[in-house]
Design a protein around this ligand. Structure first.
Ligand SMILES: C[S@@+](CC[C@H](N)C(=O)[O-])C[C@H]1O[C@@H](n2cnc3c(N)ncnc32)[C@H](O)[C@@H]1O
Length: 431
């Protein structure tokens, strides 16, 4: 089937992954959104190159068959109906391959556990393919969806391998072959392979940096925001700067700490050696206090006349790391400081930024089993300075696709047992 839509498999934080994808495709191209999958008819020339720019999507797959979902008693009972077209697909796909074929099958949008179903499906498919004369081996040894490392290690996107994804939709089962997969090694190389790391200031994962940069690519109305510059005023060791540079953007950063500035410079030098960074791309890093920024400082440091085609993407200082939930008194003291730091920065930028500038900003959320303390008052103060918060999952999208989303316009990036979680906000400068 030619020109069939692509399916995007959402990562560990599906809502953030979805928010990122919503910045990439026009509403009219979206065909479906389900808890773990997103389908768009937008034509993509190089799915792997495109996936490499997304932090939140783990696979891209191309649909080759749509099966009606009618009177379904159980998923297992559907398997015999699927065998004929799967057999045909494998036979065509591997007609000029004489060695042993490796394959995997994944299923999305069904509640856990999927092992019983996948075991039955894999064994049935294998048995039927053997009958057609194909030599096959499946790689889902534990009968779970395979991790992206396995897809890569087993070369499942190749002449002798394939990975089939079954997507459970409302009215159909979609069958799609993986055409691109997230390369975990490349992220590790950028995360752990860079020469300067500073665990004291928290380690922003490159994937999250990518998501944040992409979130800046639509404006307050959800239309394309053609940014050329990304500015990180709390630059740290330069994760956001590095990811911006890799996306072909001019990357400008500053930090109050001279050591952090040195670290970023070192990391950028390393990045330039191991990756292709355009010779015309500006990369500038300076020592500046984000609470005292002036237009003059920014223009001088960025070598630009106007702050146009420009977005701020940053994870600021989030406070010290906590290994257990702090005493309320101590936490309130930290929050007062962070409130000052953030509001002062926004106040300062108010005089500098043009109307409509997008600011992607991380605000900490302090959580454990009994607490969930957010900095909502700080967000209100920021808004009172002349900014608005943009909903990362717009209401019309949530309504149309019945997406359960949080009441806040922000989205959380957290890990189990993490006391300081990241709340991702998208602000726009109003006037
Ligand atoms: C979490 S780190 C930043 C991570 C960074 N955005 C990245 O992409 O890797 C926070 C940084 O904020 C810096 N910082 C704290 N207060 C600051 C201020 N007033 N002005 C500028 N930078 C500040 C710290 O020195 C630290 O490097």
């Amino acid at each position: 089937m030619k020109n069939e839509p692509y399916i995007y498999i959402l990562g560990r934080k599906p809502l953030l992954s979805l928010a990122e994808l919503l910045t990439q495709f026009p509403d009219k191209d979206i065909l479906s959104i389900r808890p773990k999958t997103f389908v768009s008819k937008t034509k993509i020339n190089d799915p792997q190159a495109f996936l490499n720019t997304l932090g939140g999507t783990i696979r891209v797959a191309k649909i080759f068959h749509k099966a009606q979902k009618k009177n379904v008693k159980s998923l297992e009972a559907e398997i015999p109906k699927w065998i004929p077209f799967l057999k045909k697909y494998f036979k065509d796909r591997f007609k000029s391959c004489d060695g042993k074929i490796r394959f995997a099958m994944n299923i999305y949008n069904i509640p856990h556990p999927r092992e019983i179903f996948l075991k039955k499906l894999l064994n049935e498919v294998k048995r039927n393919l053997k009958e057609t004369g194909l030599k096959v081996r499946f790689v889902n040894n534990n009968f779970k969806n395979v991790e992206s490392v396995v897809t890569l290690k087993e070369k499942l996107i190749s002449k002798k391998g394939c990975e089939i994804n079954v997507i459970v939709g409302d009215k159909f089962f979609l069958f799609a072959e993986t055409v691109a997969v997230q390369n975990v090694d490349k992220y590790s190389e950028r995360d752990y392979g860079k020469p300067a790391r500073d665990p004291r200031s928290g380690m922003l994962p490159p994937k999250l940096a990518q998501i944040m940069i992409n979130l800046a690519k639509t404006n307050a109305k959800g239309q394309k925001n053609k940014i050329e510059y990304v500015y990180d005023p709390f630059g740290g060791t330069g994760t956001i700067l590095m990811e911006s540079a890799l996306q072909g953007l001019h990357a400008i950063g500053s930090d109050i700490d001279k050591q952090a500035v040195q670290y970023s410079k070192k990391n950028i030098e390393w990045l330039k050696k191991v990756h292709k960074i355009g010779s015309k791309q500006k990369i500038k890093i300076a020592t500046l206090d984000a609470t005292k920024l002036t237009a003059k400082q920014l223009k001088e440091n960025m070598s630009v006349k106007r702050l146009e085609k420009f977005a701020i993407v940053t994870e600021p200082f989030l406070g010290p790391p906590f290994f257990r939930f702090p005493l309320m008194e101590k936490l309130e003291e930290h929050m007062r400081f962070l409130d000052y730091l953030y509001t002062k920065f926004f106040e300062q930028m108010k005089e500098i930024l043009p109307k409509g500038t997008i600011i992607i900003f991380v605000i900490p959320a302090f959580r454990d089993k009994t607490h969930d303390i957010r900095m909502g008052k700080t967000v209100e103060k920021i808004c009172s300075l002349g900014y608005s918060v943009i909903d990362l999952i717009p209401d019309h999208v949530a309504k149309k696709y019945e997406i359960g989303k949080p009441e806040t316009p922000s989205l959380l990036y957290d890990r189990k047992d993490q006391i300081v979680a990241r709340e991702i906000y998208k602000f726009v400068k109003n006037t």
